[in-house]
Write a protein that binds this ligand. Structure first.
Ligand SMILES: NC(=O)c1ccc[n+]([C@@H]2O[C@H](COP(=O)([O-])OP(=O)(O)OC[C@H]3O[C@@H](n4cnc5c(N)ncnc54)[C@H](OP(=O)(O)O)[C@@H]3O)[C@@H](O)[C@H]2O)c1
Length: 290
């Protein structure tokens, strides 16, 4: 068992791993998890200060890093990810397409600008970066692309309509490029997490008191395992994989689950609103509500 663990920890040594959305949450945790594996880690996100902190943690552990501050919505920043990585390391072994966000909001309430921004961030930027990186990997004759979808991609949920659309698109992207890229030695994996305890929840306006959340530390370990075994899919926790399969076979189950999650999200937002009113009166703390 120990031998297998040692063998696995060697598999990512010196590998160049790009993580988009590395400044917080799951991306940050995967970067930290890679310390044990001695990978070379490229950290990408918009917030320089947070990215610096993550980089410092890795560098203190003697991990070779490259920090790129940029916005996945911008073509020039997407280009810089590839150019700067190749300039420093001359190759790209793994791309973790993780940058993204969601919003717990009625479809009719969501502004056109927000719909556009979410699609540009979660889908368009991801597709463009994937294409650029895949071209490099094709020349290399190998590589691994890991796309962050969501468990909610299998259960379209009306409070999260645009988000579900984006995560469904990520699922389809992975499934459709997998065979095309296989010929070039490139593997494609998709991650489908349930709700995790990251800043995602607060940004999305989800009160985690009404939802069971899972630990980003556990998910990050599983994502790194996928970097090693290159499995096609990871539902985390596994139970969500079973639910996803059930929804493929039964529209009724899909509808019931969709209603359940929509109701939970609705409750979560209502509770948050009333809590905020109460909290402001009592303690004057400011919590963001979208
Ligand atoms: N947490 C969950 O429950 C959950 C469940 C399923 C799927 N996911 C997915 O997992 C991924 C990571 O989420 P998380 O939970 O770790 O949330 P998080 O803590 O909010 O992290 C999101 C990351 O994406 C970056 N990002 C957002 N917009 C960006 C942009 N335009 N350009 C570059 N970077 C950008 C953020 O950095 P900056 O703001 O500094 O740019 C941050 O590093 C997302 O794709 C999310 O949809 C999360």
């Amino acid at each position: 068992m120990k031998k297998l663990k040692n063998k696995n920890s060697e598999k990512l040594r010196e590998k160049v791993v790009i993580i988009t959305g590395a400044s917080s949450g799951i991306g940050e945790q995967v970067a930290k998890e890679l310390i044990k594996y001695k990978a070379k880690v490229v950290l990408f996100a918009r917030t320089e200060e947070k990215l610096n902190k993550v980089e410092q943690i890795l560098q203190r552990k003697k991990i070779d890093t490259l920090r790129i501050v940029g916005d996945i919505k911008k073509n020039e920043d997407i280009k810089r990810i590839v150019d700067e990585t190749l300039k420093k390391y001359g190759k790209i072994d793994v791309l973790l397409n993780n940058a993204g966000y969601g919003k717990n909001i009625d479809f009719l309430e969501q502004s056109d600008e927000d719909i556009e921004e979410m699609i540009e961030t979660n889908v368009t930027g991801l597709i463009k970066l994937t294409k650029k990186v895949a071209k490099i990997m094709k020349k290399q004759g190998e590589g691994h692309i890991i796309n962050m979808s969501s468990a909610i991609a299998a259960v379209p949920t009306y409070r999260f309509t645009t988000y579900c659309i984006t995560k469904g698109a990520v699922k389809i992207l992975s499934e459709s490029i997998r065979n095309e890229l296989k010929k070039s030695g490139i593997k494609v994996s998709t991650i489908y997490p349930a709700l995790h305890d990251t800043p995602f929840c607060e940004k999305a306006n989800i009160n985690t008191k009404t939802f069971k959340t899972y630990k980003k530390e556990d998910l990050a370990k599983e994502i790194v395992k996928i970097m090693i075994n290159k499995k096609k899919e990871l539902y985390y926790p596994k139970m969500y994989g079973i639910l996803a399969k059930l929804t493929e076979h039964s529209t009724q189950i899909k509808t019931e689950l969709s209603k359940f999650f929509s109701r939970k999200l609705e409750e979560s937002r209502l509770i948050e609103k009333s809590e905020i009113k109460g909290t402001r009166r009592q303690t004057n703390t400011s919590k963001t509500v979208n």
